[in-house]
Design a protein around this ligand. Structure first.
Ligand code: S3P
Length: 179
């Protein structure tokens, strides 16, 4: 891709339920677009000096959400690809920020698809000690309308491989420049 085209492309924010591929697709986009990736979960872990399950256990979910909102506010709008945590859309202030920094891209995946991918992952405090599919179904019911409210583009995560999704996002970003 030409340098000038790369410079003009808008910088996307990736949203969606945990395990839908935000970080891995973010890494692919970062490589192709030569734009840094900021993964909000990684920033929070680095700054807190604790893993996400530790933050949830040591403080509580609200504290994690405070760190998440602060990290979002600090990094949104910069020339980076932003991979968010699945719950970033829960707070109204975060949704407002997301909506004022398009394009926001929702990688939409069903609870069944995700449950299969993250079975047994110890790094998911919201699923700890519960049936993953039941909990993900609850989270999807609560969050789908919020993802939808923020999204400029919805991608059906299940119908495509990650490389094809990456290309589809790049095509969309190029179209944004032409508009
Ligand atoms: C969460 C998703 C996680 C992480 C935290 C809370 C959520 O991020 O932020 O465990 O509320 O869905 P990923 O979506 O990157 O897994």
């Amino acid at each position: 891709m030409k340098k000038k085209t790369l410079r003009l492309l808008p910088h996307p924010v990736l949203i969606g339920l945990m395990g839908c591929g935000k970080s891995s697709i973010g890494r692919r986009l970062s490589k192709k677009l030569k734009m840094p990736l900021v993964d909000l979960d990684d920033i929070i872990v680095q700054e807190a000096g604790m893993s996400i399950p530790e933050i949830f256990a040591h403080d509580d979910e609200q504290h994690f959400r405070d760190l998440e909102s602060a990290a979002l506010a600090r990094h949104i709008g910069h020339r980076v690809i932003l991979a968010s945590g699945g719950g970033v859309i829960l707070r109204e202030a975060n949704r407002k920020l997301l909506k004022s920094h398009p394009p926001v891209i929702w990688l939409k995946a069903s609870p069944e698809f995700i449950a299969h991918r993250i079975a047994g992952d110890p790094n998911r405090p919201l699923l700890a000690n519960q049936d993953a599919l039941t909990r993900l179904t609850e989270l999807a019911a609560e969050r789908y309308p919020l993802y939808s409210e923020c999204a400029d583009l919805v991608i059906d995560r299940e119908s495509m491989e990650k490389d094809d999704i990456t290309e589809c996002i790049i095509k969309y970003l190029k179209k944004c420049v032409k508009k």
